[in-house]
Ligand binder design. Structure first.
Ligand code: GMT
Length: 377
């Protein structure tokens, strides 16, 4: 049955970080399917391609009012969401990351009363696993989760952890992340030439480099690899790399590691790479891993959080901290292009089957239609 197009307000972080990237991809896919999407953030999300039919962006000004000792974002966000919801008659607020987006949505809904859109909160990980345990945030997050009309988590693992932390008497639905590859702008050969990579095995890592990504372990894994002279590592850094410079020198890896800062579009680097290396101590999902698998590249990673759900047995995973096993896995891929190809193809089949937009977007659409109040237009 064809479902009516909806007006959906999406609040998300705009920078390189999985929740904002996912929210942007979701809005773009929904617009392609005929829905009207209104993004709210303090800057244009890095992967939001404007202008495009059905996509609107509302910049929220962070308030630097001289009356207050600190800048404020939550209240201006709530006010902007309420204004746009009223003028455009939004059906749904879909907020990504509980703090401050879910709280701002609750506040906006209170301002709007009976006109309020329904609220969907999607949890991405640290909003419940870290902030949920912080006494300064916990009660507020709990309030937002209880007052959302639907709560989703991006993996089974995150749902279970959220239930353990909050023990909520409400359903949390798992709707996993998805990815749609974009046509790379440059060829594999051009990108490798630009990076100064010849016939070496190129291992890619993409993340915001926050402490949870354990870049120290990533560098140590490369240093421990017996094939280190035959491999190069490319780090697409969505955060500062400076804290790891001393370790790079200590491990003698300066000529092995290439760092590129703030690359919003990653397809051409995925195409240029031969495998992915991810050493996070926790991931609720691991969007970078998903993107790597979509390009048919195998991943070497620890078995933590939601990573086993994403990888699904296509590449072996290792106990957290076992660097000998990680370096050995890397060596095996460097030595055997056939093995790398086989694991990569298995990974691609797995993710195309489970995490493509065609599979995931209808789950969100069904959820929206289940909770909305039909409006006369
Ligand atoms: O991992 C980060 O540092 C960024 C964070 C975010 O919210 O942007 O990522 C979380 O959400 C991503 C998208 O759902 C997941 O792929 C990441 O695993 C998750 N990060 C953590 O759980 C540490």
């Amino acid at each position: 049955m064809e479902l009516a197009p909806l007006k959906i307000g999406i609040a998300c972080f705009p920078l390189i970080g999985g929740s904002g990237i996912l929210a942007t991809a979701l809005g773009s896919e929904l617009a392609r399917r005929g829905h009207e999407i209104y993004f709210f953030s303090y800057a244009q999300p890095v992967r939001l391609d404007l202008p495009r039919e059905g996509l609107h962006f509302h910049r929220v000004e962070v308030a630097h009012n001289a009356l207050f000792p600190c800048p404020d974002y939550t209240l201006p966000l709530a006010v902007k969401m309420a204004e746009v919801a009223r003028s455009q008659q939004l059906d749904v607020f879909h907020v990504h990351y509980a703090v401050p987006h879910a709280l701002a949505a609750c506040l906006a809904a209170q301002m709007l009363g009976s006109l309020a859109p329904r609220i969907v909160t999607t949890l991405h990980g640290t909003d419940t696993t870290l902030l949920g345990q912080d006494p300064d945030y916990r009660t507020a997050i709990e309030h937002a989760l209880v007052h959302s009309d639907a709560v989703t988590a991006v993996s089974e693992s995150l749902r279970n952890q959220t239930q353990e932390i909050f023990r909520l008497q409400r359903q949390i639905e798992v709707i996993p992340n998805f990815f749609t590859p974009n046509k790379p702008r440059r060829s594999r050969e051009e990108v490798r030439r630009d990076l100064g990579v010849t016939d070496e095995f190129l291992v890619l890592h993409m993340s915001n480099l926050r402490p949870v990504k354990r870049i120290d372990l990533l560098l140590r894994t490369i240093a421990m690899s017996k094939t280190r002279e035959r491999l190069r590592s490319l780090i697409l850094a969505g955060g500062p790399f400076d804290p790891y410079e001393p370790l790079l020198d200590e491990l003698g890896l300066r000529d092995r590691v290439i760092v590129r800062q703030n690359t919003a579009v990653v397809d051409e680097y995925l195409e240029a790479a031969d495998a992915g290396l991810y050493t996070s101590e926790y991931e609720s999902f691991g969007l970078g891993i998903l993107e790597t698998l979509f390009y048919g590249r195998p991943v070497v990673a620890f078995r933590v959080g939601g990573i086993p759900e994403v990888v699904g047995g296509s590449s072996p995973l290792y106990p957290f901290g076992d660097l000998t096993a990680m370096a050995g896995a890397l060596d095996a891929l460097v030595k055997s292009p056939n093995l790398a190809r086989e694991l990569g193809e298995r990974g691609r089949d797995h993710v195309v089957e489970r995490f493509s937009a065609a599979r995931i977007i209808p789950q969100y659409e069904a959820l929206y239609h289940r909770i909305i109040v039909p409006r006369p237009r």
